[in-house]
Ligand binder design. Structure first.
Ligand code: SIN
Length: 190
């Protein structure tokens, strides 16, 4: 199976920084099982969240992969999530968690206040599973994606929980995401 851990350890975009802003858009929004100093709702520009990445290690198996979130370039789009201020040593365990195709990338973040208004900007780090990684599954009819999510299970639990938890976390953030909410609705059928 794919393992991007070693590759990510070469991707030191924030070398010499005592603190880094990590932006989570998938499970990193609702499953923060790492130490952080502070967290704030934020968004990134030019990206859309999609359940197009295969999960062979967390929410599925190599034989029956699940589907998890990645980002697709979409000029003009905004993707809401959660930013965490972390120290650099937190990246090592995150590299392991995200090893099935995700690579560290540097992106501009915009923080938002309780009303959703932009308050400040900063450079941040994301884990991105791009279309050329071997675990990338890509687009499929929404019902097929929902069916796959409804039926996949992995060491981290049912794939269904990943989608339900993400949709709930996005509602709590006041974020709109048509793809995620439509998938959540489809999931109820299975
Ligand atoms: C993220 O949450 O930011 C990356 C994808 C994931 O771990 O679900």
């Amino acid at each position: 199976m794919l393992d991007t851990t070693a590759l990510n350890q070469q991707r030191n975009f924030f070398d010499g920084h005592a603190e880094i802003w990590l932006f989570g858009y998938g499970s990193l929004i609702w499953k923060a099982d790492f130490a952080y100093l502070e967290r704030r709702p934020a968004y990134i520009h030019g990206w859309e969240r999609r359940f197009w990445q295969g999960s062979h290690d967390h929410r599925g198996t190599p034989e029956a992969p699940g589907r998890v979130a990645t980002l697709i370039r979409a000029p003009g789009a905004v993707c809401h999530g959660m930013a965490y201020r972390i120290t650099p040593e937190v990246l090592a365990p995150l590299d392991v968690r995200e090893k099935n195709g995700y690579l560290r990338e540097k992106v501009p973040l915009t923080f938002v206040d309780d009303n959703g208004d932009a308050i400040k900007q900063s450079e941040g780090l994301i884990y991105l599973a791009s279309q050329d990684n071997p675990a990338f599954l890509g687009d499929a009819p929404l019902t097929d994606i929902a069916w796959q999510i409804a039926n996949a299970h992995g060491p981290s639990g049912p794939n269904r929980d990943y989608l339900i938890n993400l949709a709930k976390a996005l509602r709590e953030l006041g974020a709109k995401d048509a793809h995620i909410f439509a998938l959540e609705q489809q999931l109820e059928r299975f």
